[in-house]
Write a protein that binds this ligand. Structure first.
Ligand SMILES: [Zn+2]
Length: 417
């Protein structure tokens, strides 16, 4: 028995065809699959249908994560694969779904070749990975592993004032039951998440599939610039206390300092008071997303930037306060698993990433690894996110090879990998 060649990937096209229309927004060309909204529920129903078609047992855990089990009755801790189906606002088609679709396609490939696992395999669809609606990323995996307090989660509120508890309840999921799930964690041995690359490293090395080494530490900081509201037409320039100037300077400084530290710094969101075209602002709130290869660098970047912003605020007659809203430490994926996967996949390149994932959250409890599929545009969280079909097929094959080695006897597949 052998795996079919990469050109033959049974079911992959059909899997994509059936999933692509769900939550698609014609106006933006992107996806709006937010936790527990109509589009997300359609994706969850799609997951159940795909699993059921394949004779897998679907279970939803107490935190709303879906699990499709193959050979659940076998002894040993399961190998979990999968990803998430929700999206950022107007996100692309691949971030998340590629991992779920590839998991089903890899299972098809292995079964077609007559391969049988020697321990259980579970395909996961993690709930609310992007945090687009309730503001906390990876809520499903954080709850599962005890990294998000149930009370805090239940009270999270979307912009229409709907709480996560109410949204879950409306979808038939009991919000009183959410929280750490030791029973489920005890059944999982490893987790391998396939994901589209959110950068261009694989383009540069000319390979379709890579293995993750680590997730950079990252955090969010709120910069509050205070000044004095006044008339845009009657206030002389020298009489102004304009916090927008300090903000503008800080944006440019963030870019410069990030470059100097080999880090990343992004102001992507601001709110202005009173937010009027003909008024000098009284307040600018700006959120900084900062990421660096290690925590010391990240802290040094922030200290540097805050010092520069404070100096400028003095010149502008503005005030400044900086609040750290979140900080996620570095995630080192399991070294043995990473090295094994790289070796199995013909010395696949190993690369770090700046993006958070459920695999990063789970790594606190079980050995995890990630496979990345080349993204020619390097763009992510946008409709421009892309992957070539040939690379998607290569990803499915890589995942199938990984599963065959981790959860059974790869020799069952013969020599023609
Ligand atoms: Zn993702």
């Amino acid at each position: 028995m052998e795996l079919p060649s990469p050109e033959e990937t049974p079911g992959l096209d059909e899997l994509w065809r059936s999933l692509l229309p769900l939550g698609y927004c014609t106006a933006s060309g992107g996806y709006r699959r937010f936790a527990w909204n109509k589009a997300d529920l359609a994706c969850r129903a799609w997951f159940t249908a795909q699993a059921t078609d394949r004779g897998l047992t679907v279970r939803t855990d107490r935190n709303g994560n879906q699990w499709a089990w193959w050979a659940e009755q076998l002894p040993g801790r399961a190998l979990a694969i999968g990803s998430h189906l929700d999206s950022v606002p107007d996100g692309g088609a691949f971030d998340g779904p590629l991992g779920v679709v590839s998991s089903f396609a890899a299972l098809d490939l292995l079964r077609e070749a007559g391969w049988q696992p020697d321990r259980p395999i579970a395909i996961a669809n993690f709930a609310d990975e992007e945090g687009a609606r309730f503001g906390v990323a990876c809520a499903g995996s954080r709850l599962l592993t005890g990294q998000l307090a149930p009370d805090q989660a239940r009270a999270l509120t979307d912009e229409d004032g709907v709480t996560l508890a109410a949204a879950m309840e409306a979808a038939g999921q009991d919000p009183a039951a959410i929280g750490p799930d030791e029973e489920l964690l005890g059944r999982l041995g490893q987790y391998v998440e396939l994901h589209i690359e959110q950068g261009r490293a694989l383009v540069d090395v000319g390979r379709p599939v890579g293995v993750a080494t680590s997730i950079w530490p990252h955090g969010r900081w709120r910069f509050e610039f205070g000044g004095e509201a006044n008339h845009a037409g009657t206030t002389r320039l020298e009489d102004r206390r304009d916090p927008m100037l300090t903000y503008a300077y800080t944006v440019l400084a963030a870019r410069k300092k990030a470059q100097a530290h080999g880090a990343l710094a992004t102001f992507g969101r601001i709110s202005v008071e009173p937010n009027a075209t003909n008024a000098i602002p009284s307040k600018v709130n700006a959120w900084l997303d900062g990421r660096a290869p290690d925590e010391a660098t990240l802290r040094a970047l922030l200290a540097d930037l805050e010092e520069a912003a404070r100096e400028r605020a003095g010149r502008d007659g503005a005030s400044l306060s900086v609040v750290n809203e979140s900080l996620t430490p570095v995630v080192e994926f399991d070294h043995a698993l990473r090295d094994q996967l790289s070796k199995t996949l013909d010395e696949a390149p190993v690369l770090p990433t700046g993006a958070g994932h459920d695999a990063g959250i789970l790594s606190a409890r079980i050995p995890t690894a990630m496979l990345f599929v080349r993204n020619p545009s390097g763009v992510s969280h946008s409709p421009a996110e892309q992957a070539e079909m040939a690379d998607c097929r290569a990803g499915v094959h890589a995942l199938a090879r990984a599963v065959s080695e981790l959860a059974g006897d790869p020799a069952q597949l013969g020599v023609a990998w």
